[in-house]
Design a protein around this ligand. Structure first.
Ligand SMILES: [Mn+2]
Length: 428
């Protein structure tokens, strides 16, 4: 029996703030229509928006020092699905879940049945060859797909093929491969040969990919390896996707670059050459902080979406995969994920407000000041009432966090799910 929030709680919550919402929506609609925007079509775009929730995101994360679990932590993938169902119920912006194998390796029929009850589908499958599992023949301590030993590489390939099998049974259409392989010391590995071994292993995985599947590879500048990583940067990632073939493309995790790197420019480059697969959204101040999307630099998130909306305009088919990839250490993961989904949705809608014709003209005239003001004008527009209205029309909550708290969902599941220990490092 799945845990959800009673629809009457959502309806009651909406009723308490409906008058204020309608006033704010009217004011925004007047403002947008005066600027030539079609409010109904913007509402439709907001409704169409979807970002996947990673199954591991609904549990409390941690740092390399400690993890402080909250009450009602999900015990297994079925609890995780319940939590994801609540996030979608209230936001109507997270229709899919991205599973991680082996953490979520349960009977696909049972997973599918529960997801259907909750109105959820399955997004990309995530393989895990960055930690050892019980009973595993070969350790990944010194690498997986790029390991010096053929047997270890073969084991890592087999795991990825298993992920594809599970994904097929679930109705997933993509495999995301992120590896922890790399080195901690100069001289530890032959950087070229290690990349060759990785490419060979990836070719075997690619060969087993169903025709209608996509293969996403994700770069990360450092961690867990601190001197070099095999898939270090978007250049390496692009080389991999190009070597493998048309079903392979690059995943951009916003936290996986050096500080100050211009991520929107990377996005533009990958789009230009047909190799942008999708995103792992999060935010960061220093490194791969995995903070809530839009919590540190919402303008950067907007600038990424500015490139995406620009690209969408110029192409018939353009639908990169969106997923949140965050670690929630001091907040309720459900609340953080709801806010983050809305922040990504917000950036996507704000980017639709950019006056593209005016921007083109400013660029042609080399009017740098007006060009950048053109972007700022869209970014400064508070589209919150439009997002709330899209949620309301789809049966969601005007204010998801307030509705979640009013429903006391966390208290309810805490009574069913035993408290868990916080011992051990918590990096996920
Ligand atoms: Mn990621």
């Amino acid at each position: 029996m799945s845990n959800t929030i009673d629809e009457s709680v959502v309806a009651d919550h909406n009723a308490t703030i409906l008058t204020r919402h309608n006033e704010e929506l009217d004011a925004l609609a007047t403002h947008l229509e005066r600027d030539g925007h079609d409010v109904e079509s913007l509402l439709q775009k907001a409704s169409d928006f979807g970002v996947a929730i990673p199954s591991w995101g609904v549990g409390t994360g941690g740092t390399r020092f400690a993890r402080f679990p909250g009450p009602g932590e999900p015990r297994h993938v079925f609890d995780k699905l319940d939590d994801c169902g609540v996030i979608h119920q209230l936001t109507r912006a997270t229709p899919t879940v991205s599973l991680h194998i082996p953490w979520d390796d349960e009977d696909p029929a049972a997973l599918r049945q529960q997801a259907e009850q909750l109105g959820l589908g399955f997004d990309a499958m995530n393989s895990n060859t960055f930690q050892d599992q019980a009973g595993q023949a070969h350790s990944y301590k010194h690498g997986s797909l790029s390991h010096t030993a053929a047997a270890t590489r073969e084991q890592a390939i087999e795991h990825n093929l298993h992920c594809i099998d599970v994904g097929e049974a679930l109705g997933s259409k993509a495999l995301t491969v992120w590896i922890g392989d790399g080195s901690n010391f100069p001289g530890q590995t032959d950087l070229g040969a290690q990349f060759d071994r990785y490419l060979d292993a990836m070719r075997s995985i690619y060969a087993a990919l169903p025709d209608d599947w996509q293969l996403f590879t994700e770069h990360k500048i450092y961690e867990p390896a601190f001197y070099s990583t095999v898939v270090q940067d978007w250049g390496s990632n692009y080389l991999i996707a190009t070597e493998l073939g048309p079903k392979a493309s690059c995943l951009v995790d916003l936290g996986h670059h050096a500080p100050t790197v211009n991520i929107e420019m990377i996005v533009s480059r990958l789009i230009r050459f047909g190799k942008l697969g999708g995103f792992h959204f999060n935010d960061s101040k220093y490194g791969d902080d995995d903070l809530d999307s839009g919590s540190i630099d919402p303008y950067r998130l907007f600038l990424v979406f500015n490139e995406l909306i620009e690209a969408e305009r110029a192409r018939d088919t353009f639908s990169p995969a969106y997923m949140l990839d965050q670690s929630h250490n001091v907040t309720d993961p459900i609340e953080s994920l709801m806010n983050s989904a809305v922040e990504v949705q917000r950036a996507s809608l704000q980017a639709r407000l950019v006056d593209r014709q005016a921007l083109d003209a400013y660029r042609t005239d080399n009017d740098a000041l007006m060009a950048t003001e053109c972007l700022k004008k869209a970014f400064r527009t508070d589209v919150g009432p439009l997002l709330a209205e899209a949620r309301r029309r789809n049966g969601g909550a005007l204010d998801p966090v307030a509705a979640f708290r009013a429903a006391a969902y966390r208290d309810k599941v805490a009574a069913e799910r035993p408290a868990v220990s916080g011992a051990g490092g918590g990096i996920v």
